[in-house]
Design a protein around this ligand. Structure first.
Ligand code: BGC
Length: 382
């Protein structure tokens, strides 16, 4: 097992292409072409090239998600070709020496599941656990770290509070609470299923955190950052944190302090969140952190400053063991389509050619430097 884990993350629907059996795909068909995922980055076919690229950029780990709708395209019917495909993907990661972080749910649902009520169904958790059982039996031997659900609070907020993600148009606090309840049960059930299969498995989830400030900060912090974790307390072998921004408005937005999406850049917020999550006394992995930056003018500094922020937290006792940049590749940024560019590697959507951005080499140099200098990041490892 490598020491500190260095890598990048992706999710199935955002990079694979042609995920025709999920609710996002169904929804996108009503949108203009630029906002449909289509063939995305064609990672479904190009994964060996993409993993080789990650390896050549110095990574020793990689985070990806499995697409439930490929594995179970109709209720209770398991697609052997899709399962075999994911075996090949995970085997390829092993061949490249990349430790795997595998997410089981990253925002998309099979159409049959969505049509039957999705996460608001009372048997949603049980239905998800059945999928997890099949995946664990068939792929579990190749997975190093599991993340059951990606950012449950982002999912419920976008889909059941803002109403701008599928099932779209739902703005209902009670439905949102019901979905949170089902997702919490789903995480617990998935944790138990995976551990039943393997006592040594590492299971967690990916929690999006926002560094809040202002008078309502304690309320937001309790509800958004910590509540899901507390509802599922006791069933986490590690904490996966995804951090992008704080709620602090930049004083000078023109001075490069925001991303192309207008998100404030605030590395100190990451230190703050790490020190806060330290209280759970579990190893922490940053499983997403990145910036929409099409001309790559801010990404290198973004990486440097956030890695420094991690070191500050480590020096104060936070047990951080890995960092995954979002994202390895430019990808389909959900309702925003293909315009935001989050990739260390640029994807030319006409030719699908991959071009590592200069910041990808800056990240590589930092990784190499940490691996040789044994500085605070490595010293923290046991
Ligand atoms: C999500 C990713 C998304 C990224 C940038 C995260 O909340 O997990 O799917 O692309 O943020 O918006």
């Amino acid at each position: 097992m490598p020491k500190f884990l260095w890598g990048a993350a992706t999710s199935a629907h955002q990079v694979e292409g042609n995920n025709i059996h999920n609710d996002w795909w169904a929804w996108e068909q009503k949108l203009p072409p630029g906002r449909r995922s289509g063939k995305a980055a064609d990672h479904y076919h190009r994964f060996p090239e993409d993993f080789a690229l990650a390896k050549s950029l110095g990574h020793n780990a990689h985070r990806l998600s499995l697409e439930w709708s490929r594995i179970e395209p109709a209720e209770g019917s398991w697609n052997e070709r899709a399962i075999e495909h994911y075996r090949q993907i995970l085997e390829e990661l092993k061949r490249q020496g990349l430790t795997s972080f595998v997410t089981l749910h990253h925002f998309t649902n099979p159409i049959w599941f969505a049509r039957a009520g999705g996460w608001a169904r009372l048997d949603a958790a049980r239905t998800f656990a059945r999928y997890v059982r099949v995946v664990t039996q068939r792929l579990g031997d190749l997975v190093d770290f599991w993340q059951t659900i990606n950012e449950p609070m982002v999912y419920v907020k976008k889909s059941y509070w803002d109403g701008d993600w599928p099932p779209a148009g739902h703005r209902n606090f009670l439905a949102m609470e019901r979905v949170i309840g089902q997702m919490a049960c789903a995480h617990q059930a998935a944790y138990d299923v995976i551990h039943h299969h393997s006592l040594v498995a590492h299971v967690g989830l990916a929690q999006n955190v926002v560094a809040y400030s202002g008078s309502l900060a304690p309320l937001y912090d309790w509800y958004y950052n910590h509540r899901f974790f507390n509802l599922t307390r006791g069933r986490h072998d590690f904490i996966g944190l995804n951090y992008y921004y704080s709620s602090t408005k930049p004083a000078q937005p023109w001075a490069g302090a925001v991303s192309d999406l207008g998100w404030p850049i605030d590395p100190a917020g990451l230190t703050k969140e790490l020190l806060d999550f330290k209280k759970y006394q579990l190893p922490i992995y940053i499983t997403e952190n990145g910036i929409a930056d099409a001309d790559d003018s801010r990404r290198a500094d973004f990486i440097r400053s956030h890695l420094r922020a991690i070191e500050v937290a480590q020096a104060a006792g936070a047990d951080v063991r890995g960092y995954f940049h979002w994202s390895l590749l430019d990808n389909f940024e959900w309702a925003a389509g293909f315009t935001p560019r989050f990739g260390l590697v640029e994807v030319d959507y006409n030719t699908l050619a991959r071009h590592p951005r200069p910041s990808a080499y800056v990240y590589k140099a930092i990784i190499e430097q940490h691996q040789t200098s044994q500085n605070v990041v490595d010293r923290n490892e046991n």
